[in-house]
Design a protein around this ligand. Sequence first.
Ligand code: BTN
Length: 264
Amino acid sequence: MSEYNALDAEFIRANLDTSRIGREILVYKSTSSTNDIAAEYAKAGDKNDGLAVFAEHQTAGRGRRGNQWLSGKGKSVLCSVVFFEPKIEADMITITAAVAVVETIDKNAKIKWPNDILLGGKKTAGILVEAFTKNKKKYFIIGIGINCHQSKKDFDGELASIATSIDIESGTVCDRNRIAKRLLVNLEHFLDIAVKDPDEIVERWRAASMLFGKRITVEHNGAQFTGNCIGVEPAEGLIIQLERGGVRMFHAVSTTIVKNGTEM
Ligand code: BTN
């Protein structure tokens, strides 16, 4: 048994102020990956639009670029949402989910493009959006992992300098059920804005971005590029005013941010 309150579908559902995201809520004690469960349900069609799958533990949690996503039992909010939407692309959904996570965990949290959310300069949450098409219908699985109850002991070795949790940063014990609820409300709110007014999401991204306005180096197809980050284009990626001259956009799938020659 965990020393923390368990995730509770009834609590998350009660008075949930959404009409779409979280219409159905499932909580698993353990599963391979909430993204896999959500993807299975999505195969049945858009009747499962808005389904939110949570788990206390994942045996095969995954992150971007095939990385593993590890988290101790009952310590995180691990969530995947099914989202049928023809009008926006996966990169825009990632940006929007990042804005929603910032709003959920701490308005001062920073977004490290494309999918990391940082508190105190360290990673606290990650986003993995997977895109599918079935019978010409485009849908997404929006996977979000938020570190909540991890202590410093949970992040040893190399992780100590790059990862943190809400409890570590706040010095208190957060309430995962409330975080889960806020996450669904914020996802609905910002996804709705993303469809109607994408510029507003980009504006919010800029305000929360740790890269915007900074001199950065990215690695793309084996080459490094340095310059000033001047924005993000939802469909084209990060926009950099290059020191060697010119402005270039870098797609998230093929680009990493580097510092002192290593991935940051
Ligand atoms: C990353 O930072 O690379 C993205 C991490 C995304 C992790 C979440 S946890 C819930 C959902 N299920 C998964 O297997 N991955 C996402």
